[in-house]
Design a protein around this ligand. Structure first.
Ligand code: AMP
Ligand code: ZN
Length: 463
């Protein structure tokens, strides 16, 4: 069956044709390991995982590479501000190496918990400095880069296709207010390939231009070329990377190699929280641990992610995750009923469901539609054939459907409206709105449930 993906570069869905028959190389921009990843970040990696699973379902052997950014990512993606690792080191008194090791481990635990298959290789930027220096040297030799007092910059005007991915116009950018003008740059959009380090800078290496450290963008070109070759199939990342990071990757890689480096560019949309941006100041950049503390399992969060197509924004609210939990519980309960079902489902019916499922996932990863197929499937008369087919779909969903057990009373017996009221009550308590909290307790009680406050949230039980 034909597999089609939306390519950000061409702005259309295209048939997927791999470079090597039966094999696919994917590069994903990995986390900057200076703090805990939040659930928005994790959406990017669930998307990476769904992509890989859909390719594997289609019989491809996938090599996936996800870098670990442990140097060079400045506070602003466009070369401004302090290095994020360096900033975290100053704030905590730890070394960048210690910080990177700690948050990399936490990140790996989160991806395991979310059933995200670990990428084939997860190289660290700091292990690939020599490769980066080599590319910078070559770009200088070829005249695409220039040296300034504070580093080596890529000259975007030397690359005629600059802006093709995001549709920006360089001439407008020169005068636009959006980009800060750095005195050293010839064009405001020029970006650092290498930065010269002050003696007190913690992360620095020898280079032909003195002691320094790499710019952020160059690491992805160095590591993708090293592990996937000069041209590879798919590059992924969040939409925020389109206008700067990926535009820069394309420019430096194509100028260095003399040809295209990536065939398909795929980007996931952002996660919003309560309809707005996540931010430190709003204290809403929730981590997986925050979600688990409130009583939701990682797989319920995964179910929540899968309900929205990766190119649509997804809005996280506590009500919405509560609804996802209830829906997931119902799905598992319905599936459980098929496990020992004795009705034989006709092969034609099974095939029809399989075809609908495959058509959905192969149409630019329409996982929400594929979940809809699963929901209709479990509504069929109770049959072990249905159970087996659902488990084969779960190779793509990774929702632990093989672990479904006798539904736990507490999970499935709490109706969605009661859980939503309990979530609202929890929110009211956080705001110290006690009268609203009491009112909601009474409403929950009228529906036949008692709510008990716990250290992390609440527990509901039948009265
Ligand atoms: P970072 O660790 O900042 O480099 O980000 C890791 C990944 O998370 C990148 O692919 C970003 O595009 C992505 N990302 C950051 N914020 C969000 C968000 N709110 N929703 C979805 N993806 C995000
Ligand atoms: Zn990258």
């Amino acid at each position: 069956m034909q597999l089609r993906f939306y390519n950000t570069l061409t702005r259309k869905k295209e048939e997927f044709v791999p470079i090597k028959h039966g094999q696919v190389g994917i590069y994903t921009c990995g986390p900057t390991v200076y703090k805990y990843a939040h659930i928005g970040n994790m959406r990017s990696y669930v998307f990476m995982d769904e992509l890989r699973r859909v390719l594997e379902y289609n019989g491809y052997k996938v090599k996936s590479v996800m870098n670990i950014t442990d140097v060079g990512h400045l506070v602003s993606d466009a070369d401004d501000g302090e290095d994020k690792m360096e900033k975290s080191a100053h704030e905590t008194g730890k070394t960048p190496l210690e910080i990177a090791a700690f948050y990399t481990e936490q990140f790996m635990k989160d991806i395991d918990a979310l059933n995200i298959e670990r990428p084939t290789v997860c190289p660290r930027a700091t292990d690939n400095i020599a490769e980066m220096i080599e590319i910078v040297r070559s770009l200088l030799d070829k005249g695409y880069a220039y040296e300034t007092e504070d580093g080596i910059y890529f000259s975007v005007e030397k690359f005629p296709h600059y802006g093709r991915l995001s549709g920006i116009n360089l001439a407008e950018q020169r005068h636009g207010a959006r980009v800060e003008v750095n005195d050293f740059k010839r064009h405001p959009v020029d970006f650092a390939l290498w930065k010269k380090a002050q003696p007190n800078h913690l992360q620095q290496w020898d280079s032909p231009w003195g002691r320094g450290f790499p710019g952020w963008h160059i690491e992805c070109t160095a590591m993708s070329k090293k592990y996937l070759g000069e041209t590879f199939d798919i590059h992924t990342g969040g939409v925020d990377h389109i206008p700067i990071h990926h535009e820069n990757e394309i420019a430096q890689a194509e100028c260095w190699l003399g040809h295209k480096a990536v065939n398909y560019w795929m980007h996931n949309e952002f996660m919003l929280i309560d309809g707005g941006k996540m931010s430190k100041s709003l204290n809403n950049a929730y981590t997986l641990a925050d979600v688990v503390k409130r009583g939701y399992s990682p797989v319920e969060l995964r179910y929540f992610y899968l309900n929205v197509h990766y190119r649509q924004k997804i809005n996280f609210t506590w009500d919405a995750i509560a609804a996802a939990k209830t829906a997931y519980g119902k799905l598992c309960a319905q599936l459980w009923a098929h496990k020992n079902g004795d009705v034989a489902t006709s092969p034609d019916v099974l095939k029809e469901f399989r075809d609908r499922f495959e058509a959905a996932i192969n149409d630019d990863l329409n996982v929400p539609l594929a979940l809809g197929v699963l929901w209709s499937l479990v509504k069929l008369p109770k049959s072990k054939d249905v159970y087996d087919l659902a488990l084969s779909f779960d190779k793509v969903f990774a929702l632990d459907l093989n672990k479904v057990s006798q539904p736990a009373q507490s999970q499935t017996d709490v109706p969605e409206d009661v859980r939503l009221l309990a979530e609202r009550r929890l929110a009211a308590r956080k705001e110290k709105n006690w009268s609203e909290s009491d009112r909601l307790r009474a409403e929950i009680s009228q529906l036949g449930f008692a709510v008990r406050d716990t250290a992390d949230g609440y527990e509901l039980s039948k009265k």
